[in-house]
Design a protein around this ligand. Structure first.
Ligand SMILES: C[S@@+](CC[C@H](N)C(=O)[O-])C[C@H]1O[C@@H](n2cnc3c(N)ncnc32)[C@H](O)[C@@H]1O
Length: 191
């Protein structure tokens, strides 16, 4: 075999490897895009330290309350809520983030106080939570508002990072972090 043939074969193999990698990458991106559309939620963008500080400051004392993060990402907010005294839960659809969040909880020694549920928060019953935190995206806020109105108990509090709810009036705001209290069942009363 001449050296020219070997070089050609090597280049062809490289080209094949690039094409296969590009195909796999495209398929993963497509699957992720489609699942994002189907499960109606934000992509993973973690809350920064300042936002987490503002969220906790708006919520005040969390000792003994049940809190949930809708789309818990790598678990940083769930850990912060548990450290502040809450029994903290997170719902997360991405299995890699579920693994990272559970590891974070384990390393923080909070396994008795913080829990990550793998799955969509849309199917979860939120009625037992006193506090809901969410870092969503504008397109889901109306539907989420309706779900929270249906399921949360009077007095439950909701904190939204960056995206306000379309019809609720925030009780307080700190640098694009909004605090709400679940209003009465307006939609139920209309029926
Ligand atoms: C903007 S990130 C916020 C992560 C975390 N809450 C924080 O503040 O650092 C949104 C997260 O929600 C997750 N997510 C989006 N839609 C979801 C759904 N329907 N059910 C569960 N998780 C969802 C995404 O995978 C992503 O990790």
């Amino acid at each position: 075999m001449s050296s020219q043939t070997i070089i050609m074969a090597f280049l062809l193999l490289c080209l094949l490897a690039v094409l296969v990698s590009a195909f796999v990458f495209l398929m993963f991106s497509l699957a992720f895009f489609l699942s994002s559309r189907l499960e109606r939620g934000a992509p993973f963008v973690p809350s920064n330290k300042k936002k987490i500080k503002n969220m906790l400051a708006l919520l005040g004392v969390l000792q003994g309350i049940r809190a949930v993060d809708l789309g818990s990402g790598d678990g940083r907010l769930v850990v912060a809520l548990a450290r502040a005294g809450a029994q903290a839960h997170g719902y997360e659809r991405n299995p890699i983030l579920v693994f990272l969040a559970r590891s974070r909880i384990w390393f923080a020694g909070l396994a008795e106080k913080a829990f990550i549920h793998h799955g969509s928060f849309w199917g979860a019953d939120l009625s037992s939570f006193d506090v809901v935190v969410v870092y969503g995206i504008s397109g889901i806020m109306r539907e989420l508002e309706e779900k929270l109105e249906r399921e949360l108990q009077p007095g439950a509090r909701i904190v939204s990072n960056t995206f306000p709810f379309p019809s609720w009036q925030p009780k307080r705001e700190a640098e694009k972090v909004y605090l709400y209290e679940r209003p009465p069942h307006r939609r139920a009363q209309l029926k």
